[in-house]
Design a protein around this ligand. Structure first.
Ligand code: ZN
Length: 242
């Protein structure tokens, strides 16, 4: 089986379409979506429609839930908040209903899928440090937990002695005796200094995870953000991937 794991599209239609093209070339069998289809960019409705046609395995992100009032926006930064309020005004009623149905966590074929951290996913904690990863490894049973949320690809591994480390390579072969927390990065608003869209492919035949980086038409996305009257920083940050 070849799985694609995608996350944090954030209403960026151009990035999403570029990833879809890559997906069809890669001939994946199944797509998992880890949350935040909306927020930040200007195309929430087309992105939700594409997602609905792509997969039924869709996890809730904090921006998805905030848009429909299921989670507080008090801890959001001011720009994120403006984009959430804009999105809530723009999306259709049926898309709002769709966002309300999304679960916080799911397990599929021994893979755990969650937007933020598997312990208390509703708190939307980030996993940046070894310590944070160490806590999270205790809160799911299977070998792999795929996450998004930080918009920064990273993989943590726990060995047979329960020692935890960060994998330096973004593509790697998984070992039977090890467990993994893999952040697949963001399709629509990269923050690791690389402006390309990011997503992951997990192939169970050769037990290999591959991080894909896909260029897209950033200028077009930026123009739509400006035309929509969204905060200009949400446009400018896309070019630097910060
Ligand atoms: Zn996000």
């Amino acid at each position: 089986m070849k799985y694609a794991i995608i996350s944090d599209v954030h209403s960026n239609l151009e990035a999403f379409q570029a990833v879809l093209e890559d997906l069809s070339k890669e001939k994946v069998d199944q797509v998992f979506f880890l949350g935040d289809i909306v927020g930040y960019c200007a195309d929430p409705n087309p992105c939700i429609e594409i997602l609905q046609g792509l997969t039924t395995i869709v996890i809730a992100g904090n921006h998805d839930w905030a848009t429909v009032g299921l989670t507080k926006t008090s801890y959001f930064n001011p720009l994120a908040k403006v984009a959430i309020e804009w999105t809530a005004r723009k999306i259709t009623q049926s898309h709002k209903e769709f966002l309300k149905t999304l679960p916080l966590i799911q397990t599929r074929n021994t893979i755990t899928l969650v937007h933020a951290a598997p312990n208390q996913p509703e708190k939307w904690d980030y996993i940046f440090s070894l310590q944070e990863a160490s806590l999270s490894f205790n809160y799911y049973d299977h070998q792999i937990c795929f996450i998004g949320h930080s918009h920064r690809p990273i993989a943590f591994v726990e060995d047979e002695e329960r020692r935890i480390s960060i994998l330096i390579n973004t593509s790697f072969t998984l070992r039977d005796s090890h467990r993994y927390i893999i952040n697949v990065g963001s399709v629509g608003q990269s923050r690791d200094g690389n402006p390309r869209a990011a997503y992951g492919i997990y192939n169970t035949d050769d037990v290999r995870f591959t991080l894909r980086r896909i260029p897209y038409n950033i200028e077009r996305t930026q123009k739509k953000i400006m035309d929509a009257g969204l905060p200009p920083f949400l446009a400018s940050r896309l070019a630097s991937g910060r």
